[in-house]
Write a protein of this length. Sequence first.
Length: 511
Amino acid sequence: MQEKNRNTDREERLYRRFAEYAAIPHPSGNTAAASEYCLEAAASAGYRGERDAAGNLLIRVPGTQGRSDRPTVILQGHLDMVAVREEGSERDPAQDPLDLFWEGDRIGARGTSLGGDDGVAVAMCLALLEEKEAPHPPLEILLTADEEIGLLGASALDMSRLQGRLLLNLDSEEEGVFIVGCAGGVRLDISMPVCRTREEMPCLHATLYGGRGGHSGNDIHRGRLNAAVGLSGLLRSVSRAVPLFLCCLDGGEKDNAIPDRASAYFLTPDPEKAIRVFREAAEALCASYREADPSLSFAIGPASGGRDAGAERCADPAGTGRATEDCASDGVGISGGRLALTAEESRRWLDFLSDAPCGVQAMREDFPDIVHTSLNLGILRSGSERMHAVYAIRSASEAGKAELADTLSAAARAIGAEVHRRGEYPAWEYRPDSRLRPLMQRIWRAQTGRPAREEIIHAGLECGIFAARLPGLDCVSLGPALYDIHTARERLSFSSLVRTYDYLLAILAEL
């Protein structure tokens, strides 16, 4: 790992904690080892941590001298990260330590996401445990589990464990911006039963790749292509010109990330016409996204001739290193015919994926530059007996969230699919009266000479859950500069992390 000179103990401590945490795989659903690391860090600093059944971690820190009777402050972040890797990368962030590197002031991870969301919160909280000179009120350091897959840890938390009613959430990605409200959300798992038949005809492999992807909340308004939806639309165009029998159609890795690539295998009696139609439609699609997705590209051609090559690519269409459920048995490259959906089932699935709403659905009237309601097709998978799609719905209102979920559910059930709702969380509404915001603005002005920006965002934050279940809670979200989170291009400005940490200490000194 390339090292960078660090001039102070504080910088060294922050980087050490971030790097050590990055060396522990901590994808959503598997944060036990990361939690143990945090517990050990607390114990070595003289504090005791508690972990609940959902994997949430709570560390209580008494107030420093003369501040033990002040109101308790909750410092909150989450333990898990969105573990994605770029196509062709041999490193799996769900299982392997991250390979950190420096680009000037910025830290990245080779071939994978960095986990700055929310490794920065963990690094700041653990560094704070070692600060023996910094004044602060009583603290409850709360690190939740499985935030990235529906705020599951926060939803399962016993709120009676928390005494504080002032909460600083450390899960934002822009320095000098205070998040003061966010959207609510829900995940929809859609599963369509299929009956595969063995067909004797040519097999083609089509891919759409090179999209920018991004966060399904923060980046949904940027006009980037959802590759899973885009490829579905291209295949539908082909199906309207020639008979098409889907073997598999897969894309996306996380339900809260916009897929940047997708892949499909399909059978057709007229491969030449299918390729021609696909290319014409794909060229037009890429041209229409040239500004938002300048590297968007496509490929189509005969599937690999042998069973092993074809099945391997079908089993791992997105280059994730993880086989799709039973996809290899879908029969790519099997002599004597290949297993595929019927033409009718293929059309039904492609019509649903192409026609279902995706992206921004409405903007806010009170904050015209902020998205009100959206949804994202984050995961598309092919099984031997079912086709699967996972959507993330977000809205600033419960009514908007419910209406969109009902609309999508009705469309799915119309094609015979089953729908399961999960991971629902409330919106975090703006609080006009706040003790935290004026104090934070005053300190920010004193440090920088300018006001901080206050924003309501379209992404989901755990603050919504806490605000709904802790009466009178006053909370603000802040964080250092992070770029391209939830992608392999993710970067963290280390100097911004240092400044944010210093700013956090200044806030705590006055609370």
